[in-house]
Design a protein around this ligand. Structure first.
Ligand code: ATP
Ligand code: MG
Length: 564
């Protein structure tokens, strides 16, 4: 740790959740235990917003010698799937965290929750309502107008017991009846106006099969699940703040211990140019707008991983954005900054030409190849160097040559000199064009005295180009990504569907790229800096014949510039 880092660390102020946790420890609350949980609903893949919640829950546990559970909130069998359960476990582990013991499932508690519901009926705290959903919604009133009591609210305990049992046995179709808590239809908090506890769903549940015909609502399941697991701090996003009185109320009805989980809300992560709703991400997948949940343009952890993000970069990002009490939107450039910063330190530099044009060195000996030594990563002294072949025929980037260049063009043009990175200075003597005017071959001469690193007096040239030797080059496919949405807040327009903001240029596939020989044997997930072009990650679509590279991020650092 450098002095500045140490200083930064010392100076670090506690966020408001750490402050609460430290106070609770000091006061000996819940025997000073710290136990958090990450509670995803398995109805989609995790996204970068979840990563923030994961980092928060697991790091609070780590910091205070506590535990963190993984709990699947599987109370909605119609939308949930094992594919999602598996992907969620993969993603949490990939981010670098391990939950306490086995994963938990809200469905493990269905029996206990049912018992608690019976207790509430017996205590006159819950009733079966026969009205349809729409009527119940209409009767809820508005924040300024109290709700109306259901005509079924004062049913006898015996009748409620009988009906609830029938609901459980599957005697009624979906939506025919619900179990509601009997609280207060005039409460200023709409969530306290006799909220629904159970609804009828005839569907196969991935874990409990067809055992249940009734399923608990989130509010009736969450606090009690926290309680059963011994959770001390139940961290959730701000939209649950208004649910907190209900969270506490349900616990009051069913338990009488001193130990209590406590719900604390923090601001969810919103990113510019990004949608984070699982329902909308699913829509992108189902409509084939993206290739799947792990499409590298998706804000999912699986997508970011395939794009080339590292777990470290995501954890650093989560740390950097911090924990707030008020909703805000983070510039997606900050996420890009975090991966660029990480890869700058760790990614080997390689040469790849994504839009190649042939360059022939006319005075270079025919058939000769020499090995040029190149540093793997100037940011990492231990990364060493490698050799790449150099010869008479090379590829350079098409945009690095101009027949008729503007004034400050420092790359190659007729009569002009540039250095080929790590090799020689070449001078453009001539070029060929096809009938469309497109340049097909550039002819240069070179000066054998100008080899890099020989210590000889060198001519001054303004441009240095990357290149790949033609006879040994490996064919590659490169996928360039841009933001999936062209609007800063695609989800924030009342009357316009988010899909109308799709960026038509979010994916550009280049199939005729040429890369240095070593890249012929990459494994999916290998990361490189293609010099002058950006950071690239080998894709799972790579095969023995042809590697495929995703551009993770370009080299240009917009965010740092803007924030200087
Ligand atoms: P949906 O998108 O379907 O409304 P969700 O994003 O809330 O659902 P869950 O699976 O319920 O999905 O979320 C699991 C946990 O992750 C919750 O504690 C939730 O508060 C947290 N979480 C979800 N989205 C974000 C976000 N954008 N930023 C921070 N935390 C989030
Ligand atoms: Mg949710």
């Amino acid at each position: 740790m450098s002095v500045t880092e140490a200083f930064e660390k010392e100076k670090k102020v506690l966020n408001f959740i750490e402050t609460i946790v430290e106070e609770d420890i000091k006061e000996g609350k819940n025997d000073s235990r710290i136990h958090t949980r990450f509670p995803p609903e398995p109805n989609g893949y995790l996204h970068i917003g979840h990563a923030k919640a994961i980092c928060l829950n697991f790091s609070i546990a780590q910091q205070y010698n506590g535990k963190c559970n993984l709990r699947f909130d599987d109370t909605n069998p119609e939308k949930e799937d094992v594919e999602y359960v598996d992907s969620i476990m993969d993603d949490v582990r990939w981010l670098g965290f391990q939950w306490e013991g086995e994963p938990h499932y809200a469905s493990d508690y269905f029996d206990q929750l049912y018992e608690w519901a019976l207790k509430m009926i017996r205590d006159g705290k819950a009733y079966v309502d026969d009205q349809p959903q729409e009527t119940i919604s209409q009767q809820r009133g508005t924040p300024t107008r109290p709700g109306t009591e259901s005509p079924y609210r004062n049913r006898s305990v015996a009748e409620n017991m009988e009906l609830f049992l029938q609901m459980k046995n599957g005697d009624f179709p979906n939506g025919a009846r619900v179990l509601r808590a009997k609280i207060d239809m005039t409460s200023p908090n709409m969530h306290m106006r006799d909220p629904i506890m159970y609804r009828i769903i005839h569907a196969e549940h991935q874990r409990t099969g067809d055992k249940w015909k009734i399923y608990p609502m989130y509010d009736f399941a969450h606090g009690q699940s926290d309680y059963i697991e011994g959770i001390t701090h139940s961290l959730c996003t701000l939209e649950f703040e208004v649910h907190r009185p209900l969270y506490d109320w349900f616990l009051d009805q069913v338990i009488d211990t001193k130990y209590r989980p406590r719900q604390i809300e923090f601001a969810r992560l919103n990113l510019s140019y990004t949608i984070m709703s699982k329902r909308k991400l699913l829509e992108l997948v189902q409509k084939g707008i993206v290739s799947g949940w792990d499409d590298p343009r998706m804000p999912t952890i699986a997508g970011l991983r395939r794009r080339g993000y590292t777990p470290e970069s995501i954890r650093v990002f989560a740390e950097r954005i911090g924990i707030a009490k008020r909703d805000n939107t983070i510039d997606v450039g900050l996420l890009e900054f975090s991966i660029r910063e990480d890869l700058n330190k760790t990614a080997p530099r390689v040469m790849g030409v994504i839009d190649p044009v042939k360059l022939v060195i006319t005075n270079y000996p025919e058939g000769e190849l020499e090995q040029i030594e190149l540093v793997n990563n100037p940011e990492d002294a231990e990364s060493g160097s490698r050799t790449v072949p150099f010869g008479k025929e090379l590829y350079i980037e098409r945009e690095d040559f101009m027949i008729d260049p503007p004034k400050k063009y420092f790359r190659l043009s007729p009569g002009n000199e540039v250095r080929l990175k790590g090799a020689y200075v070449v001078r453009c003597e001539n070029f060929d064009r096809d009938q469309n005017g497109e340049v097909t071959t550039i002819y240069c001469s070179y000066n054998p005295e100008t080899k890099s690193g020989t210590g000889a007096q060198q001519p001054k040239v303004k441009g240095t180009l990357h290149w790949v030797e033609a006879s040994t080059a490996v064919d590659a496919e490169v996928r360039l990504y841009d933001r999936l949405f062209s609007d800063e807040d695609p989800d924030g327009h009342k009357d316009v569907d988010f899909l109308s903001f799709l960026n038509p240029d979010s994916l550009k596939i280049l199939k005729t790229c040429k890369v240095e020989p070593m890249l012929g044997s990459v494994k999916a997930g290998d990361k490189f800096q293609f010099q002058r072009l950006g950071y690239f990650c080998a894709d799972k679509d790579s095969d023995n014949d042809k590697p495929v590279f995703n551009r993770t991020v370009s080299l240009k650092d917009n965010w740092a510039k803007i924030n200087k």
